[in-house]
Design a protein around this ligand. Structure first.
Ligand code: DP6
Length: 326
């Protein structure tokens, strides 16, 4: 009745922004990501007749009621698969700060899905596990398979699933998060997804995506950092243009975010192949090849805005573990 799972967060090269079906987190567009070796969540779940309600502890603290209720709704999906009413105790630890543009919900709901089903002895294949994880958080579906992953939107619950494009060892890329703010974001991705279609630029974004998705698939397949980087930057800016022109408008950037974008462009003019992307927050993810990691870190060390860096390579997907948290 108890199981533990470890899941990576992931960084999207083509972002998920907007839902075709908000009830079931069926996105409006396919997305492509890389699992992050340096950003993981470990979660232990136990179901028991002794528990009167679901409880959730995150990083040693009782979770907020909002977070507990969201986890509880996900546990309802898992309970539904096993046809049980048993409540659960959930304890979770991440090795990276929450709410800073690193998708903690991706690793959290991936780990909760794998640990929760194992605790109830429910056997799901990888595809079905990605569909379950997606119900908790759309991006969590991409943290189940290994390496470079695409989330297909399909048209229904069982066609909106994620799968590996390439194993982690296929291309040794780096994602270096430059943390410029540790504040919780004030507007979460969920509100952003809802607002997306109020932007006049949302339809343009969607119309550009089939070609950009193909560029990214081809760039990963051909290990072409320039082609990947250009498409990744264009996609991030397109998402933020939609967010900034939504009703109400959402500005995720801090002044330091733009200073870093300018810095990355300058480094590239000097010959360093490094590109940026941004999720729903002010922190910048720098994408480069492993051979340029030291150079990128040396450049970042000169920038006062950068409070901390977090380096990841491509990682395996979610896995069961035996180091329980209780
Ligand atoms: C900008 O709905 O997966 O990171 O609200 O944290 O569950 P949560 O996020 P989710 O949206 C992710 C939005 C994104 C882009 C992406 O990862 O594809």
């Amino acid at each position: 009745m108890k199981a533990t799972a470890v899941a990576p967060s992931n960084i999207a090269f083509i972002k998920y922004w907007g839902n075709a079906d908000p009830q079931r987190n069926i996105p409006s567009n396919n997305s492509i990501s890389m699992n992050l070796s340096g950003a993981r969540t470990r979660t232990t779940v136990a179901f028991g007749a002794a528990f009167t309600a679901d409880s959730l502890v995150i990083d040693g603290q009782p979770a907020t009621e909002t977070a507990r209720a969201r986890a509880s709704r996900h546990l309802d999906h898992i309970r539904g698969l096993a046809q049980t009413d048993l409540r659960a105790r959930v304890v979770s630890e991440s090795n990276f700060p929450m709410g800073t543009g690193i998708a903690s919900s991706a690793s959290a709901f991936a780990a909760l899905s794998v640990a929760g089903t194992a605790a109830l002895d429910i056997a799901l294949d990888e595809r079905a596990m990605t569909e379950l994880a997606r119900l908790g958080s759309g991006s969590a579906a991409r943290s189940i398979p290994s390496g470079y992953v695409e989330l297909e939107v399909g048209s229904s619950h069982t066609t909106a699933y994620a799968h590996t494009l390439h194993a982690p060892g296929y291309w040794d890329l780096r994602d270096i998060v430059a943390i410029v703010s540790r504040e919780e974001k004030s507007i979460g991705s969920s509100a952003g997804h809802t607002a997306a279609e109020t932007s006049p630029h949302f339809a343009t974004r969607l119309s550009e995506l089939p070609a950009r998705l193909e560029t990214v698939r081809r760039a990963i397949r051909g290990r072409n950092i320039e082609a990947l980087g250009e498409a990744v930057e264009a996609d991030a800016i397109s998402l933020h243009a939609v967010a900034m022109t939504s009703h109400p408008p959402i500005y995720y950037w801090a002044p330091a975010t733009l200073r870093l974008i300018h810095a990355v462009q300058a480094w590239r003019r000097e010959g360093l192949p490094v590109y940026f992307t941004l999720d729903a927050g002010p922190n910048i993810h720098l994408i480069c090849q492993a051979e340029d990691e030291a150079d990128v870190l040396a450049h970042l060390a000169d920038i006062d805005d950068v409070l901390e860096t977090l380096v990841s390579g491509p990682a395996e997907g979610a896995q069961l573990g035996d180091k329980h948290l209780f």
